[in-house]
Design a protein around this ligand. Structure first.
Ligand code: ATP
Length: 286
């Protein structure tokens, strides 16, 4: 086992996973571990070692929000069923104080949501200053499920690429750092994960018969994902594509991406808004 597992990142994940326009998504090796030269045990050790830093960085973000700061972070998770979005929320986001997290899952729009434009529910869920927002699925479904299931005419959903980019540019300009992660498992791995959901009574609640329909449309989804990645990976909101057959790698990679994003804000702890020495004296005298 390596002494300092951090060194096993041969290419930093934010570089190794950043989507390069035109890369062939169908050629992705879902079991690969881009940038990482270590074994599973090293990866799990680094993940555990990162927890206190990640928690501190998130607390600094929260503290700044409480003292007038306008920064926030938005982690966008996309992926088909069984890609492991829930596991990322539990194992990565779960390492920080839940009081500072605004988590929101986006399913089929409700009757109320349908009365508004598709960005309405998204805007309402954006993280407030100081918060780590987590979107489990997102506005990008508008060029994924909407496209594949032909829920809108082609000329309507085609316009969304531009709208999504304009929207994210606006969100970024308001102080939100956007980290977009797309998780991909292979068709075989997806089959195994669905089979497990059927085998285990404790996983039946996760099984949705509709998942098989999505599975049968995998090639169409890949075309939609390819174009989404190519057209909505921008300088202010790049996509990171994470091969997710190995759950430990996906969780480590997203932990690193999130830690790097929070570090890049370079917040530190906010300065006291009171005279520390005077308060110490008052406390001593009390
Ligand atoms: P998971 O994301 O893990 O599947 P879930 O099954 O609990 O979670 P649901 O509330 O059932 O989540 O919603 C997920 C479903 O909602 C997906 O099938 C997704 O394609 C669909 N969905 C999300 N956004 C839209 C949208 N804008 N239009 C139509 N369907 C959408």
């Amino acid at each position: 086992m390596a002494k300092n597992p951090e060194k096993l990142w041969k290419t930093p994940p934010e570089e190794a996973l950043r989507w390069v326009r035109g890369t062939d998504l169908t050629a992705l090796d879902h079991s690969s571990t881009p940038g990482w030269a270590g074994k599973r045990a090293d990866g799990e050790r680094l993940l555990a070692a990162r927890a206190p830093e990640l928690a501190d960085l998130q607390e600094q973000l929260f503290a700044h929000g409480r003292t007038g700061g306008d920064r926030s972070v938005l982690l966008v998770l996309q992926g088909l069923d069984t890609a492991g979005k829930g596991g990322i929320v539990r194992h990565v986001v779960g390492m920080v104080d839940p009081q500072g997290v605004q988590h929101r899952g986006f399913g089929v729009p409700t009757a109320e949501e349908q009365q508004h434009g598709y960005l309405w529910r998204i805007r309402n869920a954006l993280p407030r200053p100081g918060y780590l927002g987590v979107f489990d699925r997102s506005h990008h479904e508008q060029v994924l499920v909407v496209r594949v299931n032909r829920l809108e005419p082609v000329k309507t959903w085609r316009k969304h690429f531009r709208e999504l980019n304009d929207f994210e540019a606006e969100v970024a300009a308001s102080g939100t750092l956007i980290v977009k992660v797309a998780l991909f498992v292979s068709a075989d791995e997806q089959k195994e994960r669905l089979a497990e959901r059927l085998e285990r009574p404790d996983k039946h609640w996760k099984y949705d018969p509709g998942d098989i329909d999505v599975r049968s449309k995998l090639p169409e989804y890949l075309v939609a994902y390819q174009e989404m990645l190519d057209r909505t990976s921008t300088a202010v909101a790049p996509w990171y594509v994470v091969p997710a057959n190995r759950k430990w790698y996906a969780r480590l990679a997203v932990t690193e991406l999130l830690t790097d994003a929070l570090r890049s804000l370079d917040l530190g702890w906010p300065a006291a808004t009171f005279d520390v020495e005077a308060e110490k004296a008052r406390l001593a005298a009390s």
